[in-house]
Write a protein that binds this ligand. Structure first.
Ligand code: GDP
Length: 433
């Protein structure tokens, strides 16, 4: 059984925990888009692991992990993450980590140009400045370096020579910076190639071969649907397809091989960086949501405080539609435990009409006012509850209303960061049905 897991909001939905749960039944866990701008957090016992690039499945022994062709890889960051995990006694090597030959490489000039662009006041979109966007730009512009090129001096030389002159011209003439040295780049990136040689493979073949052998594969999405380059709040988005379709192109697996799509949603909404966020709240309420629970709403990769707001079902419904979501997993329900009133947005008021479908025009979105349904809070702690029936009645009502508005069931409820703090209502797993 092959499952795609996606975030239904603007990322940081708590996907890491759900991926960790579902990977129990998976043989292979695959990242298919994004780069080390993602940050999945997994709690094992009392230890917290933050993974930026390597699929979190690596934390379970006997699982294989794939970094697919749709990912952009910063080899330096990857090697550091491998070292970090080894330092925490995680078994990791070419036997359980496979990197696509076709994945594009993040080069120092990607990071540099992104930083310089973000320092301009006009046109800022709030990136993590890790070079992800410029790397995808080069990929689409057909001037990117791929992982396999790090294994061949002639290929790397050919690609770098033809591109670096142009990059250096931009750095010097537009930004008044020094250019980068071709020799230094060659030396550094060939060294990464030597270090990563055994990890770099034809992962599309590897995955399709595993599918033929009836292995279970979990495709883990990074970021969220509203950050998808096509379907998100463009241009305030990431540079890849975070939606379920991205799993096929980003891993080299046909759509006919995907059995199920799981959407992860937070019990409220957050967003990092700039861009539209209709249900955003400010002031005391935002601080309350941001600082509740053992881990607050601060970016895993950057430490930036996240913008917080009420649950927006216009957004979640759009995600259900675009991704073809079969089941939802709701996380951080416990964060709402203390509230006496909870709000759900089901539609926007725009001029004299109501909008139920997420508008694609930023201009319209800007003027949309969320219309809320007020629900009574449960004001009972939930983190120790393990049985759905034992949840407070008001919490069950909240869940039922979300299901009604989303049009799909919630199969997994998370009421704390630990593996044990989970309620499974329906079988949502990669185990063969
Ligand atoms: P991701 O990128 O989607 O994986 O999201 P994050 O890395 O931002 O994870 C969200 C944070 O919430 C992490 O620190 C998790 O350990 C934590 N978390 C996940 N599920 C729950 C939950 O149900 N309740 C609480 N309180 N924390 C959770």
């Amino acid at each position: 059984m092959n499952i795609v897991l996606v975030g239904t909001q603007w990322g940081d939905e708590g996907k890491g925990k759900i991926i960790d749960l579902l990977s129990e039944d998976a043989n292979i866990i695959v990242r298919y888009q994004g780069g080390n701008n993602a940050g999945h957090t997994v709690m094992i016992g009392d230890e917290e692991f933050i993974l930026h690039l390597i699929p979190s499945g690596i934390l379970r022994s006997s699982k294989e992990c794939v970094i697919g062709n749709g990912v952009v890889v910063d080899p330096k960051a990857l090697l550091e993450e491998i070292q970090m995990l080894r330092g925490k006694k995680i078994d990791i090597g070419p036997h359980n980590l496979h990197i696509s030959k076709s994945a594009n490489v993040i080069m120092p000039y990607h990071k540099l140009t992104e930083r310089l662009k973000e320092e301009e006041t006009i046109g800022r979109i709030g990136t993590t400045r890790r070079g992800i966007g410029p790397a995808y730009l080069d990929k689409a512009g057909r001037v990117g370096v791929r992982m396999v090129d790090l294994l061949s001096k002639t290929q790397l030389a050919w690609k770098l020579k033809r591109h670096l002159d142009e990059i250096n011209l931009i750095l010097q003439k537009v930004y008044g910076e020094e250019g980068l040295s071709y020799e230094q780049l060659m030396e550094e990136y060939l060294k990464y190639g030597r270090e990563l040689k055994d990890y770099i493979k034809d992962t599309a073949s590897l995955l399709n071969c595993a599918i033929k052998k009836n292995k279970n594969i979990l495709f883990e999405g990074a970021q969220g649907t509203m950050l998808d380059v096509d379907h998100g709040t463009y241009p305030f988005v990431t540079s890849s397809n975070t939606t379920a379709g991205g799993a096929c192109t980003g891993a080299g697996v046909g759509p006919t091989k995907i059995d199920e799509v799981v959407g992860v949603m937070k019990a409220y909404t957050t967003r990092v960086g700039e861009g539209p966020f209709p249900t955003e709240v400010k002031g005391e309420m935002a601080d309350k949501l941001r600082n509740a629970g053992p881990v607050g709403e601060y970016g895993r990769s950057t430490g930036r405080p996240r913008r917080c707001g009420w649950l927006d079902m216009v957004v979640v419904r759009r995600s259900v539609l675009i991704n073809g979501i079969d089941f939802l997993a709701i996380t951080r329900l416990d964060i709402l435990d203390d509230l006496d009133k909870i709000y759900i947005c089901n539609k926007y008021k725009y001029k004299n009409t109501y909008i139920y479908d997420f508008p694609e025009e930023l201009e319209i979105l800007q003027d949309c006012v969320p219309v809320y349904e007020e629900m009574k809070g449960w004001e009972i702690p939930t983190p120790e509850i393990r049985d759905f029936e034992k949840l407070p009645e008001k919490a069950k009502e909240y869940i039922a209303r979300i299901e009604e508005l989303a049009g799909v069931k919630i199969g997994i409820l998370s009421i704390g960061p630990k593996r044990s703090q989970t309620i499974r209502r329906e079988k949502v797993s990669t185990a063969k049905k």
